[in-house]
Design a protein around this ligand. Structure first.
Ligand code: GMT
Length: 376
């Protein structure tokens, strides 16, 4: 199949999932065209069947806001015609499903009929999408997609609650390439570069937005380090970073917390981590938690959204209510101070992550595409 994938090219989960999906599909013989404003960060293997087409939005002084949707839909039309693309898969509803629908309609005028799959990722529904400024357009784009998928059961339920949806929503969970993480020695983990032998390493990875409750991460670690010799690795960039740095200073734990910025070496960092913290306000799935788990890192998270579908309470980590710093700290300390229990949770995390193996999930998307093309 010839498939166009539209996504955000950034470090965010939806872009990562879209990129990994495209690469996996290309390895299965499909021709994949990524269409977005910058080369996706995880797209490191362009080849004859993986292409990237950049969307340019020329600056024009009359425009207060540059019309990205317009440029994207025109690019889609041009690329579909040029490469005879058969199907559009758009990740994150805003504005991708909207632009995709416009492209579909423009192509129809020329007698080209192309189905569109929309995958909902989370904040496009739970945060931004239901804002009255966007809601009608988001509802319209969902209802006018040929197939709609969501990355968790919880996100499906949230979507049905927040919008009047006439379309069936299929749950296709996020995934991970389990075999890629088999050989732990490939990085040697280099733990000694980060911490002393008797120190535990606690990690948080995100885009440092409000929804991630970065201050809770710091407060939980503050409690942990009182009881367990440990260090905190903060990975990512975003609007809450400065506040986090100030809080670390205020709490007097500057020497124990490292801000590593955005990293292409997530696996290396997770390889030497003992515990992952994800105390988010909302999380439709929690790809970062799954990435931790595949690297045998247990997760202390909130019980919000799709997190209970990924992190299993008392097995792969612990889940508590949003903002319950006390319970999350207690659970973290109990795990980190019991070597036997920690080892068991590490093994459980790795085992549970296999449920989301790429080999199980990508064929679900493939079947869904096949079905659509047969109907067309
Ligand atoms: O978490 C973010 O703020 C980034 C966002 C994105 O769109 O990249 O992540 C969402 O999609 C990920 C991939 O499906 C999910 O794993 C995240 O849980 C989801 N984030 C939220 O729901 C807050």
């Amino acid at each position: 199949m010839k498939i166009a994938i539209v996504c955000y090219p950034t470090f965010g989960g939806s872009g990562v999932v879209a990129t990994e999906l495209g690469l996996a599909l290309s390895r299965r013989g499909h021709e994949i065209h990524f269409i977005t404003y910058k080369q996706p960060v995880r797209l490191d293997q362009l080849s004859s069947n993986v292409r990237f087409h950049e969307v340019h939005v020329p600056e024009y002084p009359l425009f207060h806001y540059q019309p990205y949707e317009l440029a994207l839909s025109s690019k889609l039309v041009n690329m579909v015609k040029l490469h005879e693309i058969e199907l559009l898969h758009v990740h994150y509803a805003i504005p991708h499903a909207y632009a995709g629908y416009m492209a579909k309609k423009m192509l129809e005028e020329e007698g080209i009929f192309i189905p569109m799959v929309t995958t909902l990722h989370g904040t496009d529904i739970t945060l931004v999408g239901k804002h009255p400024f966007y809601k009608p357009a988001v509802k319209f784009s969902i209802n006018n997609s040929d197939v709609v998928t969501s990355v968790s059961q919880s996100l499906k339920e949230d979507t049905l609650k927040s919008f009047e949806i006439s379309k069936e929503i299929e749950v296709v969970p996020n995934f991970i390439d389990v075999t890629k993480y088999k050989r732990k020695s490939f990085t040697d983990c280099q733990r000694e570069m980060m911490a002393l032998e008797d120190e535990k390493i606690v990690t948080h990875i995100s885009n440092f937005r409000k929804v991630k409750r970065i201050d809770d991460v710091i407060k939980i670690f503050f409690e942990i380090q009182k009881k367990v010799k440990s260090r905190l690795m903060m990975v990512g960039e975003g609007p809450e970073k400065e506040m986090a740095e100030d809080l670390v200073k205020e709490l007097g734990i500057l020497d124990k917390v490292m801000f590593l910025g955005e990293s292409h070496e997530i696996d290396k960092i997770l390889c030497f981590s003992d515990l992952f913290l994800l105390p988010s306000e909302k999380e439709s799935f929690g790809l970062a938690a799954l990435e931790a788990m595949v690297n045998s890192v247990p997760v202390i998270s909130t019980n919000t959204g799709g997190l209970p579908e990924v992190n299993i309470d008392g097995v792969t980590g612990f889940l508590n209510d949003v903002g319950d710093i006390e319970k999350m700290s207690e659970n973290a300390i109990s795990l980190l101070s019991d070597e036997k229990k920690l080892d068991q949770f590490k093994a459980n995390a790795r085992k549970e992550s296999q449920k989301f193996d790429i080999q199980k999930v990508v064929p679900q998307y493939e079947a869904l595409y096949q079905n659509l093309l047969e109907k067309a």
